[in-house]
Write a protein that binds this ligand. Structure first.
Ligand SMILES: Nc1nc2c([nH]c(=O)n2[C@H]2C[C@H](O)[C@@H](COP(=O)(O)OP(=O)(O)OP(=O)(O)O)O2)c(=O)[nH]1
Length: 237
């Protein structure tokens, strides 16, 4: 049985705010919850009745204190995070914004900070970010990614105990997304990697490591459908 086979998805959002002029990106240090102690974009679960874009705008406001007009929020990708032996996939709608309104502020969940493109703290981010965030920054988007994550070996996780909380990704509640048995779309294959392990001196990017990933640059049109093997049949903007 495929340990990355899913039976349902949860819909999440993730927003990166980019200051093009100064070549920097706004990230937030997650203080608690899923992915705690990692730097990440802003986002979370899409609530019932919300579109992913509406959810993304709400989460950005809640977590960073700033507002982005819907027309200024661009879809940069759709990432499907699959966790070993977890039948719930995280269907994550990824957006970017070059303009915002309001004052950036810290909240009890996130501490925002600007990072120069040259100093993005990948070693303290989810391990897959290094595979797709550069595509956003270089404008090589939108993209679709299927990312399979597995827990790091216990010895490594144990040494991370005080660093990153490794919650069961599907243990929290969220609105449910699509589940279908539709066949996969093809798209332009760009990258595939298997069994990447991290050395002891790069341990800080969370309790998970990449087992395998696939990124492609061509996206089918709406509405998307996630297949049980984690591939996507079409795409929603
Ligand atoms: N960059 C990156 N982000 C990820 C990965 N996996 C993953 O779930 N995320 C993002 C998507 C979401 O923005 C966030 C997890 O959402 P969440 O539902 O736990 O968010 P939350 O703790 O803020 O909860 P809530 O506000 O929705 O209640 O982490 C990943 O591998 N890389």
């Amino acid at each position: 049985m495929d340990p990355f086979r899913i039976t349902s998805t949860k819909v999440l959002t993730l927003v990166t705010v980019i200051d093009k002029q100064n070549q920097r990106i706004l990230l937030g240090y997650k203080k608690r919850g899923f992915g705690a102690h990692l730097w990440n974009g802003f986002g979370g679960k899409v609530e019932p009745g919300e579109t992913p874009k509406e959810g993304a705008i709400r989460e950005l406001e809640e977590e960073a204190g700033i507002t982005v007009h819907p027309d200024k929020l661009q879809k940069t990708g759709l990432l499907l995070f699959l966790f070993e032996n977890d039948t719930v996939g995280l269907e994550t709608h990824v957006y970017k914004a070059y303009e915002y309104e309001g004052e950036i502020r810290e909240c009890d969940e996130m501490r925002p900070q600007w990072f120069d493109f040259a100093d993005i703290p990948y070693s303290q981010m989810w391990p897959d970010d290094e595979t797709w965030l550069p595509l956003t920054l270089k404008g090589q988007d939108p993209f679709f990614g299927r990312i399979c994550l597995k827990r790091r070996p216990l010895t490594e996780s144990a040494s991370l105990e005080n660093g990153v909380s490794g919650l069961n990704p599907s243990s929290s509640t969220a609105s449910s997304g699509s589940t279908t048995s539709t066949a996969a779309s093809a798209g332009n294959l760009s990258t595939t990697m298997t069994n990447t392990s991290f050395t002891a001196d790069q341990p800080s990017n969370g309790p998970f490591e990449i087992f395998d990933y696939h990124l492609e640059h061509s996206l089918p049109s709406a509405p998307h459908e996630i297949a049980l093997d984690g591939t996507v049949a079409s795409y929603e903007n």
